[in-house]
Design a protein around this ligand. Structure first.
Ligand code: S3P
Length: 190
């Protein structure tokens, strides 16, 4: 008969979650929807950077770009990222252009993990093509084929920056937001 008192204790430690999880990726990749699911799963606060900037500036993103300029928006974005890097128990949906600035990329690497939601340009374009609040795809309109070409080109140019900033890449085509959230959680707690 085995006496359990003689057995060495087995240390089972609960998987440790990071204090902050940043979701990055191109517009339409599902950062906000997935972020909400993920934050519910792990009981973290959810912060959408674009929404926070819109609230702070009392203006829609599109109007911030038009009236205050992209430079102003990017400054606000970087400032907010600095603040979020100090907070804990948060899931953050970052704007698609967060990786434009090398300092932001360093912040994400130092304070993340950042998770790159990687979808095909075709899927992402279908999701956002009628959304007038996304200045990059829509301010200078051509026909739909021209807009797609411009969209896909920008995505390709940014892809290496998303890769560099992220610790985890999740393919999103064909998956539901809750599937993606569970996949992120599994990968981060393995
Ligand atoms: C931008 C993406 C947007 C928003 C702004 C600029 C970009 O965020 O921050 O319009 O440069 O790709 P989403 O990725 O949430 O659409």
């Amino acid at each position: 008969m085995l006496n359990t008192k003689d057995m060495a204790p087995v240390m089972v430690s609960a998987p440790k979650l990071p204090q902050r999880i940043f979701l990055i990726g191109f517009m339409g990749s599902g950062k906000t929807t997935v972020g909400r699911h993920l934050s519910d799963l792990i009981n973290y606060d959810f912060i959408d950077m674009d929404s926070k900037i819109e609230t702070d500036e009392a203006m829609a993103i599109r109007d911030i770009f038009i009236r205050r300029g992209e430079h102003h928006f990017r400054n606000q974005e970087s400032r907010l990222l600095d603040q979020l890097a100090e907070q804990t128990n948060i899931v953050v949906s970052c704007g698609g252009g967060i990786i434009h600035d090398d300092i932001n990329v360093e912040r994400l690497k130092d304070n993340g993990p950042a998770v790159f939601l990687d979808g095909s340009a075709k899927l992402l374009f279908e999701r956002v093509k009628n959304d007038g609040n996304r200045p990059f795809a829509f301010l200078d309109l051509g026909d739909e084929a021209q807009r797609f070409a411009k969209f896909a080109d920008l995505y390709e140019k940014r892809r290496c920056h998303y890769d560099e900033a992220s610790q985890l890449v999740i393919k999103v085509d064909g998956k539901s937001p809750s599937q993606i959230a569970s996949e992120i959680l599994n990968a981060l707690t393995l």
